[in-house]
Design a binder for this molecule. Structure first.
Ligand code: TXA
Ligand code: MG
Length: 354
């Protein structure tokens, strides 16, 4: 029995070995390989090859002025890629790497401007997914944006990568669903006070504890689209095709009633499917989610994808709580819903006659 289990494990290992070896081969040829990280799947390219980088930007459909994150496997590599302030970078790295944190640092001499979008800074991260680490330690540094086309939702499964990018990637390494589910927390160390450019699942208080000072939040936590410092902070990023609209719990029922009268059907992402909402079951396909930030983030993109159905006028998402644990989730939801509001079709027969 034990022996059998061992054999099965061994078989899987050799298959994974074969896939890793093939992925390294593709990367050496300048091709692109998608791989799992703990946050979202990345679209990897040789970070030291201009040819690979131009392929990466072309497939992603991303303007070359938008920098990409360089993924590393060892902390010592920080010094090859950046020129400081390394003391603080190492403190943060020791605490949060491997893990869902990206550091923006001054680039070291020789770091290609194709990686940095022409800027003098570079984004660096050591991911914690074992398959990502195996690939990185075999191949070396990989430039990797999220493995979606520009402006679309990031993929959190290998299947979602294949659906989005199809034959344009040489290989997709399947490491199962991502555990964090939203992209890394990006911290800029380019100024005296560390600044969070993109919130993720790291808590501001945990970052502050390592930095010995409160970190600045350059995104504004509520009713804001943030400062455009990094392209991932463009307001309209991370959108499904169907318009996402955020509503407070108390607005849900009356909105559904109006939508029903208008003959529109919608998708719903709510914390509780109470009886009142259940009445609108025919027009609203609903997914009930846990009111806890980590499981919510883990499944957020997969849920938005599954609610993104033809024929639905909106994906209505119940607003999550505002406390710091939810900053990353709220940030992505605000961007996904930026500029959207419910518009009811004009129905003169429903208007009061004067
Ligand atoms: O979790 C993640 O960060 C995932 C996984 C694959 O590691 N990657 C990811 O990459 O989200 P991407 O390219 O989709 O988003 C990276 C963000 C972009 O908003 C980019 O502008 C920012 O990082 N960034 C990279 N280098 C930068 C730099 N030098 N200065 C400012 N922002 C930078
Ligand atoms: Mg992205």
């Amino acid at each position: 029995m034990l022996k059998g289990a061992g054999m099965a494990g061994y078989g899987q290992d050799t298959e994974q070995e074969r896939q890793l070896a093939q992925a390294v081969d593709f990367l050496r040829q300048g091709l692109l390989v998608a791989f799992p990280t703990e946050t979202v799947y990345g679209l990897g390219a040789d970070a030291t090859s201009e040819e690979s980088l131009s392929r990466l930007y072309a497939v992603k459909g991303r303007p070359t002025s938008h920098p990409v994150i360089v993924h590393l496997s060892r902390m010592e590599e920080l010094e090859q890629w950046s020129s400081g302030p390394l003391a603080l970078a190492f403190r943060l790295a020791e605490k949060f790497w491997p893990g869902p944190m990206t550091l923006i640092l001054p680039r070291a001499k020789g770091v290609s401007l194709s990686l940095t979008g022409g800027q003098d800074s570079v984004g660096l991260r050591i991911p914690s997914h074992p398959l990502a680490l195996s690939l990185l330690s075999r191949f070396g540094p990989l430039a990797a944006p999220s493995a979606n086309r520009f402006g679309k939702l990031s993929p959190t499964t290998a299947q979602a990568v294949r659906q989005g990018l199809g034959s344009e990637v040489a290989a997709v390494l399947d490491g199962g669903p991502c555990q964090v589910g939203i992209e890394s927390t990006i911290i800029s160390l380019l100024q005296e006070v560390p600044r969070v450019l993109r919130p993720g699942m790291l808590l501001p208080e945990d970052l502050a504890a390592v930095c010995g000072i409160d970190v600045e939040l350059s995104y504004l936590p509520e009713n804001s689209v943030g400062l455009v410092k990094a392209p991932g902070t463009l307001p309209s990023h991370y959108s499904p095709d169907t318009a996402v609209v955020l509503l407070a719990e108390e607005e849900l029922e009356s909105t559904l009633e109006q939508l029903t009268l208008a003959g529109l059907s919608v998708s719903l992402l709510v914390f509780q499917k109470n009886e009142a909402l259940a009445r609108y079951g025919c027009v609203a396909e609903s997914l009930v989610v846990e009111p806890s930030a980590e499981p919510y983030a883990r499944l957020l993109y997969a849920r938005l994808k599954s609610l993104d159905q033809p024929g639905r006028s909106y994906i209505i998402v119940e607003k999550p709580p505002l406390d710091p644990a939810w900053h990353g989730v709220n940030d992505r939801l605000r961007r996904a819903s930026h500029g959207n509001y419910i518009q009811l079709p004009h129905r003169p027969e429903l208007e009061p006659q004067s």
